[in-house]
Design a protein around this ligand. Structure first.
Ligand code: GUN
Ligand code: ZN
Length: 443
């Protein structure tokens, strides 16, 4: 039902500020026995169960998730819908991986049935992992966007997605043109943007697959729609960067290509950003753009190590994402665990509170959606994940030596995965239930 009330009881955890900036005391909100009261998909009250329960209307159902953690739904700012059958393809770096595995697969997504099936699978997998919002690349086919948004709307999810624009450097069947890409994007914006919880993102795949003329068409879209997200890739791989240097001889670096076409701005999400110069970092920060750290993908494709300390020092907004299917897990817990290791290799740290902040309020801010999602606060949308920190024998064993919430969270991110998801709520609806999944008979 669209309306209705529900109250969710458990160990509440969210972040009202960035613990890396403001310190834990200012940032971390924890209620050991808390209640979230939801009305028509919106969080109305948050607090101690002992205070709120007696005031609850008698008809409001209470779901008791104790002793589990209740957090804001995870947010994944960068992934590719048509790559659920590309994930775990062997033995290549970015440019060969695109040509050998990714482009042939994406070619199938002009078929609405294929796109519907892929969208359904992806969303099932995200919800089972506790992810309620994502920044999603579809394919060049408008049908792929229709399929994805249709499925997202059916589950009442807040999603950001767009049709990939590319007019060169891929098989002809996958290419649009500057004009066609513009017209198709325009039609999809009219059809989907702002419908329910859906937002359209202008999505040039990356500079190597767009001509100057197509990037001008992206610029026109961006100017006509200043409120829209933009999503693309930047500085992931050495061969990619060399290609951009050749293809755009007028540009002093990779970032300047996007700057020239007005694509570096707030709510512009740049995947990877591994091999940036200080000038490029300053440009991203100065224009309020976001860099998206994709650790499992960057390790899997051998792309390099994202320098979080440098990004933060430059003042860039940073998101943390799976990058399915260059990335190797749908789980934001696995993604946080790999982020920790990527940073460890550079002598940097990722405390558990920082990591869980990134998965929730941090990614909401990185996507410019922090007025809607990312915290458990009155007025925000009721997207929640319920997590079991004893979901596996390895976790339960480790918990025997855990003394603080921070230690518990660090063990959860390091050892946990989708098995830790007890339930997922989107807009107040329960959209995933572990007990229902487990009870399913084997096929
Ligand atoms: N750069 C351009 N397209 C892609 C993609 O699909 N995945 C990754 N990881 N990088 C890209
Ligand atoms: Zn990507």
């Amino acid at each position: 039902t669209a309306g209705g009330s529900i109250a969710i009881r458990g160990r509440l955890l969210w972040f009202d500020a960035d613990p890396a900036e403001e310190g834990e005391g200012q940032a971390v909100r924890y209620v050991a026995d808390g209640l979230v009261v939801v009305d028509n998909g919106i969080i109305r009250q948050v607090g101690e169960a002992s205070v709120l329960l007696p005031r609850l209307r008698s008809e409001t159902p209470v779901v008791d998730h104790r002793p589990h953690l209740v957090m804001p739904g995870f947010i994944d700012p960068h992934l590719h819908m048509p790559q659920t059958q590309v994930i775990a393809s062997y033995g290549t770096e970015l440019m060969e991986w695109l040509a050998k595995y990714t482009f042939p697969e994406e070619n199938r997504y002009g078929d609405p049935a294929v796109a519907a099936d892929g969208s359904r699978f992806l969303i099932d997998e995200l919800l089972a992992s506790g992810t309620t919002t994502a920044g999603v690349y579809c394919t060049t086919h408008p049908e792929s966007v229709d399929a994805f948004f249709t499925e997202a709307a059916r589950r009442s999810l807040r999603m950001v997605a767009g049709k990939v624009m590319m007019d060169r450097g891929a098989p002809p069947a996958l290419l649009d043109t500057a004009e066609i890409g513009y017209q198709q994007s325009k039609a999809l914006i009219r059809k989907w943007h702002g419908k329910g919880r859906l937002d359209y993102a202008i999505t040039p795949r990356f500079a190597p697959t767009s001509s100057d003329v197509q990037l001008e068409a992206c610029e026109a879209l961006a100017v006509e729609h200043p409120e829209l997200h933009i999503q693309t890739h930047l500085s992931e791989n050495a061969a990619e960067i060399a290609f951009v240097r050749e293809a755009f001889p007028w540009s002093k670096d990779y970032t300047e290509v996007y700057e020239r076409f007005g694509l570096v701005r707030p709510k512009a999400l740049f995947g990877h950003c591994i091999h940036l110069s200080e000038r490029e970092r300053a440009a991203l920060a100065g224009k309020g753009a976001t860099a998206v750290f994709c650790p499992t993908s960057n390790l899997f494709l051998g792309s390099g190590l994202f320098d979080l300390a440098a990004a933060r020092a430059a003042g860039i907004k940073v998101g943390l994402a799976t990058d399915i299917g260059g990335g190797t897990s749908y789980s934001m817990l696995r993604t946080a665990a790999e982020a920790y290791k990527v940073l460890a290799l550079q002598g940097q740290k990722l405390p558990a509170f920082d990591a869980f902040h990134m998965l929730t309020a941090g990614n909401a801010a990185a996507m410019g959606l922090d007025n809607r999602i990312g915290r458990i606060a009155p007025g925000l949308e009721a997207d929640l994940v319920v997590l079991d920190t004893g979901s596996t024998s390895a976790l339960r064993r480790r918990m025997g030596r855990v003394e603080t919430l921070e230690e518990e969270l660090f063990a959860l991110m390091t050892l946990g995965d989708e098995r830790a998801t007890v339930a997922t709520y989107a807009h107040g609806h329960r959209v995933y239930d572990r007990s229902a999944t487990r009870a399913k008979p084997l096929p």
